[in-house]
Design a protein around this ligand. Structure first.
Ligand SMILES: [Zn+2]
Length: 104
């Protein structure tokens, strides 16, 4: 096998590597955009989200409260996460209530 035949393989390998890098870059750009909008959402809602039950006469179930708290914890806002759980626990009458105590 001559070098002339090997060269197209090298080109194909380089093109494949380029495609993989391009795909990774596109995914990274998507993740950065998701982080940006999620950070904007959590920042915008930080004051209101734990007051929702009182302000709108609604209740979060355990899964909703935990999911919201997890989102705030992921962005390093532990005080809002704790406020969400505290507000939820104040009206939570299901058996999981004891599980929220360790979250606070
Ligand atoms: Zn609960």
């Amino acid at each position: 096998m001559s070098e002339i035949q090997a060269e197209p393989e090298a080109i194909r390998a380089a093109a494949s590597a380029h495609d993989a890098i391009t795909a990774d870059a596109a995914e990274l750009a998507t993740l950065r955009e998701l982080r940006k909008v999620a950070a904007h959402f959590t920042g915008t809602w930080a004051e209101l989200i734990h007051q929702l039950p009182d302000s709108y006469s609604c209740e979060m179930n355990c899964a909703e409260a935990n999911a919201a708290a997890d989102l705030y914890r992921a962005f390093g806002d532990d005080s809002t996460a704790a406020a969400i759980i505290a507000a939820h626990a104040a009206t939570d009458d299901d058996e999981e209530r004891a599980g929220h105590a360790e979250d606070q």
